[in-house]
Design a protein around this ligand. Structure first.
Ligand code: PGA
Length: 253
């Protein structure tokens, strides 16, 4: 069976109130539950996950944490463990998002978080991406190093729990995504690194997503020509009409 395409909505620290989160989710659900070729993953703030999970029982929509801690429990004030995330109904978890890295998260912390998430059966959406792009091509080495470091604790047997999200940091929150041909170049490059690390056959099903300024204007081109299996959507996932449009576009490509 062909794997479904993936669309992740990263709500970041929005919306401000639980009632708004419920409304947003119900509107997304209306479209997402009807799709046959797309898996929709909603990543709300932790505090909303439990409530939202109760609103949908099917398999088309899943919930994700936007982060997770390295440990399963203990004296770590303010952190949320992979087990806790699972117990409120999350099946996925974004790890190493550039906004977390800006707050001090290093590749080695990301690597530990990925290991802990996979251990309990969460699917880890591991974010990589360069801060700047110039003519020298240094961004390729940068992404390769990030991937090798953040996946350094992943065991071959857990590869099925892995999704890689390529997000050029400079495109996040902007109006224009990276040029599609360059997204395709990076998707191929990421596949090569994954294959060198874990074997070609083992990694051929690992989805590679693109994120950074996704909108209804660029989703079709990126899905058709970007060499990726899905999209990670930030600010446009908070705009219901726009997010539903993106979902419908991805369904038909
Ligand atoms: P954006 O964010 O779609 O607002 O660029 C993407 C992300 O941060 O994951």
């Amino acid at each position: 069976m062909k794997s479904k395409k993936i669309v992740v909505g990263n709500w970041k620290m929005e919306p401000h109130f639980v009632a708004d989160a419920a409304r947003l989710f119900m509107s997304v659900k209306k479209t997402a539950e009807k799709l046959t070729s797309v898996k929709t993953i909603v990543a709300p703030p932790f505090v909303y996950i439990h409530d939202l999970k109760k609103k949908y029982k099917g398999e088309n929509i899943s919930l994700a944490g936007q982060d997770v801690f390295t440990e399963m429990g203990g004296a770590f004030t303010g952190e949320v463990s992979p087990l806790q995330l699972m117990s409120v109904g999350a099946e996925y978890c974004i790890i190493g998002h550039s906004e977390r890295r800006k707050l001090g998260e290093t590749d080695s912390i990301v690597a530990e978080k990925v290991q802990s998430a996979l251990k309990v059966g969460l699917t880890a959406i591991v974010c990589v991406g360069e801060d700047i792009r110039d003519q020298s091509g240094a961004y390729l080495d940068f992404v390769a190093n990030q991937l090798r470091a953040t996946l350094s604790k992943v065991q071959k047997k857990n590869i099925r729990g892995l999704i890689v999200a390529y997000e050029p940091v400079w495109a996040i929150g902007k109006n224009d995504a990276l040029n599609t041909a360059l997204i395709q170049e990076m998707a191929i490059f990421i596949r090569k690194i994954l294959s060198d690390l874990f074997g070609q056959e083992e990694t051929s099903d690992v989805p590679v997503l693109y994120g950074g300024a996704i909108s209804g204007r660029n989703a079709e081109d990126i899905m058709r020509n970007g060499g990726v299996q899905g999209l990670l959507v930030g600010h446009e996932s908070l705009n219901v009409e726009s997010f539903r449009e993106i979902l419908k576009i991805v369904e038909k490509v």
